[in-house]
Design a protein around this ligand. Structure first.
Ligand SMILES: *[C@@H]1O[C@H](CO)[C@@H](O)[C@H](O)[C@H]1NC(C)=O
Ligand SMILES: *[C@@H]1O[C@H](CO)[C@@H](O)[C@H](O)[C@H]1NC(C)=O
Ligand SMILES: *[C@@H]1O[C@H](CO)[C@@H](O)[C@H](O)[C@H]1NC(C)=O
Ligand SMILES: *[C@@H]1O[C@H](CO)[C@@H](O)[C@H](O)[C@H]1NC(C)=O
Length: 347
């Protein structure tokens, strides 16, 4: 660490007494900043965002013709007072600290001193972004997923964005004064909904240090596929009433959504039951010619619940066995009458 003004040749008493470089720089900045405009000191670039461990360089240029010399004050890469120049480069090969404030100074012939601090933001993208507390949830249940961001800096410029499918759910920022690398967590609380079953969820950590689309890409966690358990729900929920039609196939549709996938159980009227003994009835849709009237019952069930749907199959009016007997009797009667008439006409 530097004592204030260590490096400078100034006839003025040093205005800062703190023996901490960092604090001294702030102090000088505050004390001298109104003067800086008149100093005609320009830093290029005016501020620096640099990755921890990368190189940093800047130039300090004075447009005053009154300067005697200039230098850079910094615990890393400092440049001693250099006479007879109006521009002086500064360079650190590998930024070793989270907080650095290099300061350019000029000494003018009349003994005045100008300083300008180069604002430096040292950043580090996270080592790892991952999700925690992943589990299967039941519909209606509240649950929380945690996103862990490991070893990132500076956290005050970090935002964590939650994504579900192609929707942006929420984003979180952090109050953090330390410029050093830290780990942070963001917790998302949701209520499980069946529509979210199968949806992908993930979090993303980004540093807001650059204008849009510049800087390194955000660090993403793995995508987690949500599993929401919910009871069977019929796609066609209403009970149905159908009519038998001889020989024609009919569909009884008991299809239901649900997680886990529902299993089905059919209960047929006694007479119908006997004809389909060997058929698989664990199926949502039964298609066949139904020969027997009665109530066909379908039950869809999974671990979350059971629902039942009733299909009432009726005889069509008029063409039941009674009607057939009637028709047969009528036909026989007609034949009989014709026979009688025939016999009568022959004799
Ligand atoms: C500093 O100035 C030198 C000479 O003009 C130039 O080559 C260099 O790119 C400049 N560096 C920065 C960081 O502006
Ligand atoms: C970083 O965050 C601080 C505090 O929120 C803010 O003042 C500063 O402008 C941010 N830095 C950049 C480069 O946006
Ligand atoms: C279907 O019929 C059953 C038995 O008659 C009844 O309890 C149930 O409420 C009906 N369901 C619908 C959706 O109408
Ligand atoms: C049941 O409905 C679902 C959703 O509409 C559909 O994907 C599935 O194919 C249907 N099952 C049958 C056997 O028709």
């Amino acid at each position: 660490m530097f004592a204030c003004g260590n490096n400078r040749v100034s006839q003025r008493p040093c205005q800062c007494s703190l023996h901490v470089y960092h604090a001294a720089a702030l102090c000088i900045g505050a004390a001298f900043s109104p003067v800086n405009a008149a100093c005609l000191l320009e830093l290029s670039p005016p501020r620096v965002v640099v990755r921890f461990g990368d190189s940093l360089s800047a130039n300090c240029t004075s447009s005053s013709d009154q300067i005697e010399g200039m230098g850079w004050e910094s615990p890393y890469g400092g440049v001693d007072l250099t006479k007879g120049v109006t521009s002086l480069p500064f360079k650190i090969n590998s930024v070793p600290e989270w907080a650095i404030e290099p300061m350019c100074y000029t000494n003018s012939r009349d003994g005045d001193q100008c300083t300008e601090v180069l604002p430096v933001t040292v950043y580090k993208m996270p080592d790892n972004v991952s999700l925690k507390n992943l589990r299967t949830v039941e519909e209606g249940q509240q649950f929380a997923i945690q996103c862990d961001i490991v070893n990132v800096a500076p956290a005050r410029n970090l935002s964590v964005v939650w994504h579900k499918g192609n929707k942006n759910l929420s984003s979180q920022t952090f109050d953090e004064s330390s410029p050093s690398n830290v780990s942070k967590s963001s917790v998302l609380t949701l209520t499980a909904h069946r529509d979210d079953d199968g949806a992908e969820i993930w979090c993303e950590a980004k540093l807001n240090l650059w204008p849009q689309e510049q800087g390194p890409p955000p660090a993403r966690s793995e995508a987690h596929t949500l599993t929401v358990l919910y009871p069977p729900t019929f796609i066609d929920p209403l009970n149905e009433t159908l009519e038998l039609s001889a020989g024609e196939k009919m569909s009884l549709n008991c299809n239901a959504t649900g997680n886990p996938l529902p299993s089905y159980h059919w209960q047929f009227p006694q007479a119908a039951q006997e004809t389909r003994k060997n058929q698989d009835v664990n199926h949502p849709i039964v298609t066949q010619p139904f020969e027997f009237p009665g109530v066909y019952t379908c039950t869809a069930s999974n671990t979350q619940g059971t629902v039942t749907k009733y299909f009432t199959v009726n005889k069509p009016p008029g063409i039941g066995p009674g009607a057939i007997v009637g028709i047969v009797i009528a036909v026989l009667a007609v034949i009989g009458i014709l026979g009688v008439i025939y016999y009568k006409s022959k004799s």
